[in-house]
Design a protein around this ligand. Structure first.
Ligand code: AMP
Length: 444
């Protein structure tokens, strides 16, 4: 209380203000970067539509149990990286920010009885995800994903379709040399025997295992293959491979996935250590990498078949496959190769005026043009006309609409800033004239 009373007037002034920053691991997307994201989101939405995926939204947060159950309590994402929301009252539910979209989409599939819809149900979400990870290059606490899920189709053709759609995203985004890494991780028929073999192998080498990996050996031996510890590299290289332990049904499925990819001309590299350490994952597993960047733990995106998840979240057994592609890393990759992430379009026209003070006329004409769908900036500062036109040229507007005495007779001057020409145009024709020019110049 007493401290509150001692607040001095000085502390209300900017010089005494604390300097606030965006939280660690988050970024403001300034307009240029936002334009890059918008372009990627546009490609994602266009692809989703072309491949028959319907966009939906799920909440940014869910009951924490959706993730604990749906992703698995013994995964990094849940164990270490889940952004839990502090309960507001003692009896309130435990919530967490979504670290990925699959669990939420599947929760929604079950909640809304989508098993009664025509199958498969193909859904897509584009938006931010949250993981309380240690921030570093390409690893943020808030990042963006394009997620697509095909629920209710056991494959293998849909597996190949999903992979091809993901690869096409990178092609259309302009990221060069993106490679598909592909594996099959078996199913509940063949994986248990493989896991026993894998466990026995690592148990034989337990003296060489770092502390963390020893724990994983108990909880989830598949995750040893995922280890980022450099000392594990040699052990992993000689570990038993799931591809040598697939049952016949999984083998047939995998061969068919590959045959469909071959037929579509989608190149891929078989990667026997590519695993997803969760029980509900099955068979097809894939990741997208920039060629040469595979070792950096910097996948651009990944996905797989998760035939057990719908049932795990309370629905009836339903096969499904999907992917999550990280948009932040695509922008980083584009910057790395010097490609334009997005081009911001300048306004088609700037509405300027001979009488600097007459903002009424300028705003009225601008409103007319905007109502016709044209992108115009209106000069509202009371500056000399020459200065107004200078700024218009600098921002690469194609035209200046100059309002002067002619307005009394219903005319304005239309100046082509690129050609340097100028002519009188009746106000009633202005929008049509500009729209025609916009078409031929791809402005606005
Ligand atoms: P995951 O669900 O972990 O397979 O992630 C799918 C994709 O999302 C990854 O391949 C990354 O492109 C992206 N991603 C995952 N975590 C992060 C993060 N912390 N920061 C930026 N992108 C991420």
């Amino acid at each position: 209380m007493a401290r509150g009373l001692r607040v001095t007037t000085a502390s209300r002034y900017p010089s005494a203000m604390p300097s606030y920053k965006s939280p660690r691991g988050t970024r403001d997307l300034l307009p240029e970067t936002r334009a890059g994201f918008s372009r990627l989101e546009g490609i994602a939405r266009s692809l989703a539509a072309r491949y028959g995926y319907r966009e939906m939204e799920i909440p940014l947060f869910e009951q924490a149990a959706v993730f604990e159950r749906g992703i698995g309590a013994a995964t990094d994402v849940v164990e270490k990286e889940l952004f839990r929301i502090a309960p507001r009252t003692e009896d309130s539910e435990a919530w967490a920010l979504r670290p990925e979209a699959t669990a939420g989409i599947v929760r929604a599939f079950v909640q809304h009885g989508m098993h009664t819809w025509p199958q498969p149900v193909k859904l897509t979400v584009v938006g931010p995800m949250f993981r309380y990870d240690r921030p570093q290059a390409g690893r943020y606490r808030q990042f963006w994903q394009w997620d697509a899920e095909a629920i209710g189709d056991a494959g293998p053709a849909v597996d190949a379709e999903v992979i091809e759609m993901g690869r096409r995203f990178y092609v259309e985004a302009g990221v060069p040399d993106v490679q598909v890494l592909l594996n099959s991780i078996g199913d509940s028929a063949c994986r248990p025997a493989y896991l026993a073999t894998l466990k026995a192998y690592f148990a034989d080498h337990s003296a060489e295992l770092p502390e963390l990996e020893l724990r994983r050996l108990e909880l989830n031996p598949l995750r040893l293959l995922d280890s980022k510890d450099p000392s594990m590299k040699a052990l992993i290289a000689t570990a038993p491979k799931i591809s040598d332990h697939l049952c016949e049904a999984c083998e047939v499925h995998f061969e068919a996935v590959k045959a469909h990819l071959d037929a579509m001309g989608v190149p891929y590299r078989l990667e026997p250590t590519l695993v997803r350490g969760l029980d509900y994952y099955a068979r097809t597993s894939f990741e997208f990498y920039r060629q040469g960047a595979e070792g950096q733990q910097q996948a651009l995106g990944g996905g797989g078949r998760y035939d057990g998840l719908v049932e795990l979240l309370g629905g009836r057994a339903t096969p499904a496959i999907g992917f999550a592609l990280g948009l932040d890393r695509v922008l980083l990759a584009l910057a790395e190769v010097g490609a334009d992430a997005a081009v911001e379009v300048p306004p088609l026209a700037v509405v300027a005026g001979a009488d600097p003070a007459d903002t009424v006329s300028r705003l009225r004409v601008a409103a007319l043009l905007r109502a016709e769908g044209l992108s115009v900036r209106v000069e509202l500062a009371p500056r000399k006309l020459s200065r107004q036109l200078e700024t218009a040229s600098k921002e690469h507007a194609h035209f200046a609409v100059i309002i002067g005495d002619e307005l009394a007779e219903g005319n304005v001057q239309l100046k082509d800033l690129e050609a340097g020409t100028q002519r009188l145009v009746p106000l009633v024709d202005l929008a049509r004239e500009l729209a025609r020019a916009a078409k031929s110049h791809r402005h606005g």
